[in-house]
Design a protein around this ligand. Structure first.
Ligand SMILES: Cc1cc2nc3c(=O)[nH]c(=O)nc-3n(C[C@H](O)[C@H](O)[C@H](O)COP(=O)(O)OP(=O)(O)OC[C@H]3O[C@@H](n4cnc5c(N)ncnc54)[C@H](O)[C@@H]3O)c2cc1C
Length: 243
């Protein structure tokens, strides 16, 4: 759709510099510098780095929380005919482990929420000391850990032990045993945490000059992506009288 409207998609072209030149924005990506009228940066886990290219990164930092999944054994799939969710805990932006049917009739179970040891820490063995140090030295992370360590430890235990994970699922699918679950790929949430330790559960979108940076786009930002895009375009139109 984008290409049909005259757009270009540059793959494997990481943005390494953003410079507001007043009447244009210079973006260096994949070794070339492009000049554009307006820039909207949606960098997910890298949004701190992109924000720092433009401005002071401010009061929020992205903390990576891994969400791990299991597949439910085929023989139990017919027990799950829709989406089965726990009542959310309003203290957390994460919904808690739930059961979801996928398009092929399979059922996946998850995600939990454990601190990832790298921005792209999809497994326990993915460790990036520099990124981890940045997370652990953020005052908001220390406050969060002080307040929620009990829950954090419970999530880690569920991550390290399939038996515990299955026990959590048994609250709404009582017959599930550890042997009914097989590991599935994990995802990493880009979760903004304020200096005060607050887990930000709303969208954070910041504009500075001609650059807009999406600093926090928590779930359901995939489901709502078109509505969020309309909202951002509305702000750009509001700022300039044209998109
Ligand atoms: C386990 C899990 C379950 C979820 N469940 C749901 C759900 O059920 N429903 C829902 O709506 N949402 C869900 N989400 C949340 C949803 O995935 C995110 O809210 C959404 O992907 C955010 O979109 P985004 O475009 O802001 O960031 P992303 O999707 O993370 O995209 C950012 C992109 O920017 C690229 N990038 C980063 N840095 C650079 C750079 N320097 N230069 C160029 N490119 C760069 C990255 O490679 C990436 O492709 C879930 C997330 C996880 C992890």
């Amino acid at each position: 759709d984008l290409a049909a409207r005259g757009g270009r998609v540059l793959l494997s072209s990481p943005v390494t510099a953003i410079r507001d030149e007043g009447d244009r924005v210079a973006v260096t990506a994949g070794g070339q510098t492009l000049r554009v009228d307006r820039l909207v940066a949606c960098g997910g886990l890298s949004s701190d780095a992109l924000a720092a290219m433009v401005d002071d990164p401010g009061d929020v930092r992205i903390i990576p929380f891994r969400g791990e999944y299991y597949h439910l054994r085929a023989q139990l799939r017919d027990r799950v005919r829709g989406l089965v969710y726990p009542v959310p805990d309003p203290r957390y932006p994460f919904l808690g482990v739930h059961l979801t049917r996928d398009l092929t009739g399979g059922v996946h179970v998850g995600p939990n929420a454990v601190l990832a040891l790298a921005l792209e820490g999809y497994r326990w063995r993915d460790v990036n000391p520099r990124e981890l140090a940045r997370v652990l030295t953020w005052p908001g992370m220390r406050r969060l850990a002080r307040e929620h360590w009990r829950n954090g430890l419970a999530e880690m235990a569920g991550s390290l032990s399939r038996r515990r994970f299955a026990a959590a699922v048994r609250r709404y699918l009582p017959e599930v045993q550890a042997g009914d679950l097989t590991r599935a790929p994990a995802g990493v949430r880009a979760q903004a945490v304020r200096r005060s330790g607050e887990l930000v559960d709303d969208f954070v979108i910041r504009s500075s000059g001609r650059v807009t940076v999406v600093r926090n786009a928590p779930s359901p930002a995939a489901t709502s992506s078109l509505a969020i895009a309309e909202h951002i375009v509305g702000q750009l139109v509001g700022a300039e009288g044209r998109p």
